[in-house]
Design a binder for this molecule. Structure first.
Ligand code: NAD
Length: 490
């Protein structure tokens, strides 16, 4: 099987890709659809291009093509698969500004953040292609060797959320095909465009059936998770949907990776530089208008510096520029869709009904897009909805703490366990506190700092398994142990 370097893909061929129309790809071909739908630009509510609505029959065809492609792709040497993946990364890189603009239009994020996501998408492909998949020699004696290898699972269904539609597509595609699997990509119906275009571009670099895409409505996810021909679901999305995915996948004992919601605490110690740390904490709380699984979602500030820190946070938030992400100078864009806009609005309705004190923001002005001003709630009760739930929007509770025992207990008093940060001038103290937090990623003096080489995943209801890093690659594999008896029987 010749599948090493780009099949017919070149940087120039990539450049001819048209970014105005969007298709789904089955078995290397454009799959026509009798029904279409469209996304909405959340900054102005204008309809975007039509996309296909996949049928159950489309899924069956894609799984059949994937199964056929897997027989050959799984036998392509790792180094050749790696070369194809790296060539694909170069092509995405060539189209960086087109992907960035598409991302702004469909997701709403401001230019610098769309640029960062696009670059991260490329970095994650390259980063994972640079992780060698090991063969573990457990024993190598005179009479026998015991060797563990990591073999591909088969057909992977990749289910993507609407907050990072580009980066989370490449970050599933690369490890899946590197490890010899084949992948069917299902973008969110709210943000189908970058995912579909990435799969279309992939046809220039991988044989038919290795990378496919299906664009559907709400029926497609459950079809994927229950399909007997799919061996693994790589899911990123909400905890509520993750539980449905797990339930459905259990019927056919599919492997699953679940990257789910978060309620990240940030613990601010009394010895910090208030202005500088407040700037960073506000940044990570409101980045992408609060629509990141790893936003800071609970800010715990030591009682002794609370008023000063609150003042510094308010100053930061007031400097933000809310608007259409495609315009220069905008720092914060809209909520991505109407469902999320209405959910976040329900937290604003609680301000009055629950008597919460607003430190900054608090109003939702009428606008032509799904815009909500960044808002901080001053010391709501620990059992209030804004502390317990993940709003996934620009509203965050500011809380105060007195003792280390107390703040660690409160930070851990949640079903979530995705990320957490501790901020202090004493790295030693911060690390001691950080290690006590139940979360998949803990940062000292930063937040949302990630690497394609490091495993990422959640504790508790924030997920099952990890993606990225060597652990992430192994998550796309079965484990096979070979006992090699060196004495011939007889
Ligand atoms: P969501 O769960 O509503 O949807 C995610 C994806 O699942 C979409 O593609 C959707 O079409 C699909 N889906 C919906 N119902 C399904 C079902 N029954 N079976 C299979 N698939 C189904 O999540 P969202 O609103 O798109 O994203 C926001 C959530 O994702 C937040 O909770 C956020 O914290 C989480 N998230 C987590 C991570 C992480 O890495 N841990 C990253 C980004 C977002």
């Amino acid at each position: 099987m010749a599948a090493a370097t780009p099949l017919n893909g070149t940087k120039d061929a990539a450049k001819t890709l048209d970014f105005d129309s969007f298709v789904q790809i089955i078995d290397g071909q454009v799959a026509t659809a009798s029904e279409t739908r469209h996304g909405i630009n959340p900054a102005n509510l204008k309809p975007l291009a039509e996309v296909p609505v996949a049928t159950q029959d489309d899924l069956d065809c894609a799984v059949a093509a994937a199964t056929e492609a897997f027989r050959k792709w799984s036998n392509v040497p790792y180094e050749d698969r790696r070369r194809a993946v790296l060539a694909y990364a170069d092509a995405v890189d060539q189209l960086q500004s087109k992907f960035r603009d598409l991302l702004i239009t469909e997701q709403g994020k401001p230019i610098p953040q769309a640029e960062a996501e696009t670059k991260a998408g490329i970095e994650w492909i390259r980063g994972m292609a640079n992780i060698p998949l090991p063969t573990d020699v457990i024993e190598d004696g005179q009479t026998r060797s015991v060797i563990t290898t990591y073999t591909p699972i088969g057909v992977v269904g990749a289910i993507i959320p609407w907050n990072f539609p580009l980066m989370l597509t490449t970050a599933k595609l690369a490890p899946a095909v590197l490890t010899g699997n084949v992948i069917i990509i299902k973008p969110s119906p709210f943000t189908p465009y970058c995912g579909l275009k990435l799969a279309e571009l992939a046809q220039q670099f991988f044989p038919p059936g290795v990378v496919q895409s299906l664009s559907g409505d709400d029926r497609l996810g459950p079809w994927l998770t229950s399909h007997p021909g799919i061996g693994k679901i790589s899911f990123t999305g909400s905890t509520a949907t993750g539980k449905l995915v797990l339930r459905s996948a259990s019927e056919t004992l599919k492997r699953v990776t679940l990257e789910l919601g978060g309620n990240d605490p940030a613990i601010i110690c009394p010895d910090v530089d208030i202005e500088k740390v407040a700037e960073k904490v506000a940044f990570f709380a409101f980045l992408n208008s609060g629509q990141i699984c790893l936003n800071i979602k609970r800010i715990y500030v030591h009682d002794s510096i609370f008023p000063q820190f609150q003042k510094a946070l308010i100053k930061q938030v007031k400097s933000y520029v809310l608007g259409d992400g495609s315009k220069d100078g905008v720092s914060h864009g809209p909520l991505q869709n109407e469902m999320q806009y209405n959910r976040v609005k329900s937290f604003f309705e609680d301000i009055k009904s629950q008597g919460w004190k607003v430190a900054v923001g608090g109003d939702i002005s009428p606008s032509e897009g799904y815009f909500i001003s960044p808002t901080i709630i001053d010391r709501p009760p620990d059992d209030s909805r804004i502390v317990i739930e993940e709003p996934f929007g620009p509203i965050v509770p500011l809380l105060s703490w007195k003792t280390e025992e107390e703040v660690v207990a409160r930070a851990n008093d949640t079903h979530m366990g995705l990320g957490a940060s501790v901020w202090s001038n004493s790295i030693e103290n911060a690390a001691r506190i950080g290690k006590r937090i139940q979360a998949g990623t803990v940062w000292i003096n930063t937040h949302f700092d990630l690497s394609p080489a490091a495993p990422f995943g959640g504790h508790k209801e924030s997920g099952i398994g990890t993606e990225w890093g060597l652990n992430g690659l192994k998550g796309f594999c079965n484990v096979q142990t070979l006992f090699l008896n060196k004495k011939v029987v007889g």
